[in-house]
Design a protein around this ligand. Structure first.
Ligand SMILES: [Zn+2]
Ligand SMILES: [Zn+2]
Ligand SMILES: [Zn+2]
Length: 256
């Protein structure tokens, strides 16, 4: 069983009241936020800003909605509806492009997550974000021959806390993007990828979630195992560094 941190510490912790008030001033002066603190409070670990309760607070929003969880085991193959989404996204051309450069006809969907072909038992295993339309040769390459190279390009992802829609992928046609579960994509933010190393996961949250450190931000901190860490600086867009010293993800602000 996980122990729960008092909810007050799931927020930026400041060493002194003065520091907390200085950050408050900064938010105000930036003028970018409609959500402003109303007070400061002290707890055993330091000082926090107090925000007005959010209207949507009861139900923290999941970062990017995944495919509906299924009661039964996932179907063996990729559902026809998902295949149609992939055909639309790829135009029927290979999205991997390692060997073909994105010029060959796509043959079948390649799973990004899972050690070999066929994906995992995860509920998102057949999400468009987890799949790439692939030519025969590239499918074989990323599943068995060039696994490390594929991981450095986000074409293959390791099963872990990061989800496929959080891991940038170098798409043969779109370049470095994040794929969503509806067949869409958006540019991966700067700092989340670089040639020669595995990409850093990107956590999408609204500006409000970032400032109040609830919703998608709190969910990610929990999932990435940092909710129990002894405080951290107020998160901003870009690479997030926790109080424990590690930088588990890049924060990207998205519209609510
Ligand atoms: Zn606290
Ligand atoms: Zn190919
Ligand atoms: Zn940490």
């Amino acid at each position: 069983m996980k122990t729960k941190t008092p909810t007050c510490c799931n927020k930026a912790t400041f060493a002194s009241e003065e520091e907390a008030r200085r950050y408050w001033e900064r938010i105000k002066n930036l003028g970018v936020s409609r959500v402003l603190p109303t007070d400061v409070e002290q707890c055993m670990r330091g000082w926090h800003l107090v925000f007005p309760p959010s209207e949507k607070e009861e139900k923290p929003r999941k970062p990017l909605k995944r495919t509906k969880p299924k009661k039964t085991a996932r179907p063996k193959g990729v559902p026809a509806a998902v295949k149609r989404i992939l055909v639309r996204r790829s135009g029927g051309v290979c999205e991997v492009g390692l060997s073909c450069g994105g010029a060959s006809e796509a043959h079948d969907p390649a799973h990004r997550e899972g050690k070999k072909a066929g994906g995992t038992r995860a509920e998102w295993s057949n999400s468009p974000a987890t799949l790439l339309a692939a030519c025969r040769r590239d499918h074989r390459l990323i599943d068995g021959v060039e696994v490390s190279a594929a991981e450095r390009l986000g074409l293959k992802v390791r099963s872990g806390v990061a989800r496929p829609w959080e891991i940038p992928v170098k798409h043969a046609r779109f370049g470095w993007v994040l794929l969503d579960d509806k067949g869409g994509h958006r540019p991966a933010p700067a700092g989340s990828y670089a040639e020669g190393r595995r990409p850093t996961p990107v956590v999408a949250c609204t500006e409000r979630e970032l400032i109040q450190q609830d919703g998608a931000f709190a969910e990610a901190m929990d999932r990435y195992g940092h909710l129990q860490c002894p405080g951290w600086s107020a998160p901003v867009e870009g690479l997030f560094t926790c109080g424990c010293g590690s930088s588990p993800f890049v924060v990207q602000v998205v519209a609510s």
